[in-house]
Design a protein around this ligand. Structure first.
Ligand code: KE4
Length: 434
């Protein structure tokens, strides 16, 4: 296996030092700083297909796909064509364009229970707006979220976030007021009794339950049998809206996301990542009865200068159009992910090392623990020092994994079985060293 050991990281190190002078921590999103895994981040020059190329000439097989958006692989020709043609017509008007209607029609046709959709600029904005809409629609104030689930950095969610905040061990972010925190109730993922108890002790006060239908911010954690069905029933019994945060799963696990894959109807679904095809797009959608409460039709206020930006819409529309016209892509992605996961399992079994490999669709994660990883607590029992050594071992062998034990891998369609075999070879060498 070609390793990057012979490469230097000189230029990345210089660029990181310069970045740290003018950008907090040298990054525009904390998880990129490698604080959790140690070492310094690499700086990327370009990406093509399944490969990343850093500023020192090292190449990497990419398993984060920009944390999900690049499901088709980097610089997909049809996406780049749509972007370049669009850019020539101007990039932003703050005035409606037909493009917004086209992508809204396509997104609504692909996703169950979504009659109307509102575009915003990030997953955070989508989830924040969805909660406000649920509160406006129900007239109730509290929400239930799940420990270890991450819905972006809006105050209501940073009460015990997973992902970046979890990695930094700051379950409660400074700056979030007690006034805000009191309206967010925390439940345990995959624990229906716990959710029922919370409903019982907050009768008629819960506007919404927001959940990652397949969690990706504690590593990849699918719902256990009956959990999502039970959650749906609890929401129905309490006149509470069920919000599926599909920022990761939307258009990735199936054309209709987790709603389609799990066969569970959400009341509001939020989107991000894939829906923007690599440009900043978030969205939230629901049946008309709910969406009609949004301004300017209804009283729930939400707005955004660059919402529905034609440049971003063109990348999203090109991406969704390819996904919508190639259902076999999902089966192929699942097969590649299963293949990788099974090969890794064989190597770990040969070594006799305790591990959990979670996988659903094109999402997966490896945890160095012998206890099944089904929630935030069990995910936290992973052997992080071992994970960090694994991460760097793979990095120097040209495989770029999420720089945190509390993230999911996101496979992309440009990955070949040859790329996966190279990854397995690197994995075999790293596990031998661990
Ligand atoms: P953004 O605001 O980062 O677009 O989306 C927030 C968000 C909402 N919901 C889910 C399920 C998410 O996973 C995210 C963001 N995901 C993280 C990765 N765990 C983005 C990476 C980062 O924070 O840099």
């Amino acid at each position: 296996m070609k390793t990057n050991a012979m490469y230097t990281y000189t230029r990345s190190s210089k660029l990181f030092a310069a970045a740290q002078k003018v950008i907090p921590g040298g990054v525009n999103s904390p998880v990129r700083a490698f604080k959790s895994v140690g070492g310094r981040p690499i700086f990327i020059e370009k990406a093509q297909g399944a490969y990343l190329y850093d500023v020192d000439g090292n190449s990497y097989i990419d398993f984060i796909a920009s944390w999900g958006p690049m499901i088709l692989g980097h610089a997909h020709p049809e996406v780049i064509k749509a972007l370049t043609e669009r850019a020539r017509k101007g990039t932003s008007f703050g005035i409606p364009t037909e493009l917004e209607t086209k992508i809204a029609e396509l997104a609504c046709s692909m996703t169950p229970n979504v009659d109307q959709i509102r575009f915003v600029n990030s997953g955070t904005e989508a989830c924040m707006s969805a909660v406000r809409l649920a509160r406006g629609f129900t007239g109730k104030e509290k929400i239930i979220k799940f420990s270890g689930c991450y819905h972006g950095h809006s105050d209501s969610f940073l009460i015990e976030a997973g992902s970046g905040a979890m990695t930094f061990g700051m379950p409660n972010s400074p700056g979030v007021t007690q006034g805000t925190a009191k309206d967010t109730l925390l439940a345990r993922y995959n624990d229906l009794n716990n959710v029922a108890d919370i409903f019982q002790s907050n009768k008629d006060q819960i506007a919404a339950v927001i959940i990652e239908p397949v969690a990706g911010n504690m590593g990849c954690i699918p719902p256990v049998k009956g959990f999502m069905e039970g959650l749906r029933a609890l929401c129905d019994a309490n006149d509470t809206l069920l919000i599926f945060d599909e920022v990761m799963t939307g258009f990735r696990l199936a054309p209709g996301g987790a709603q389609e894959l799990l066969g569970i109807n959400a009341d509001i679904a939020t989107y991000g990542k894939v829906i923007g095809g690599g440009l900043p797009v978030g969205a939230f959608g629901a049946r008309k009865e709910i969406m009609s409460h949004l301004a300017p039709e209804g009283a729930v206020y939400q707005a955004g200068t660059l919402s529905g930006n034609p440049l971003a819409m063109s990348a999203g529309l090109a991406t969704l159009s390819i996904l919508n016209s190639s259902p076999e892509l999902y089966k192929s992605l699942e097969s590649k992910t299963r293949y990788l996961s099974n090969e890794m399992a064989n190597i770990l079994d040969e070594k006799g090392m305790p591990y959990q490999l979670n996988q659903l669709g094109s999402m997966m994660s490896l945890h160095f623990t012998d206890e099944p990883v089904v929630d935030f607590q069990s995910a936290s029992k992973g052997n992080n020092p071992k994970f960090n050594a694994y991460f760097h071992g793979m990095l120097k062998r040209g495989v770029y994994l999420p720089p945190s034990a509390f993230e999911s891998y996101f496979l992309n369609d440009a990955l070949s079985y040859e790329d996966i075999d190279l990854t397995v070879e690197a994995f075999r060498e790293v596990i031998k060293e661990l």
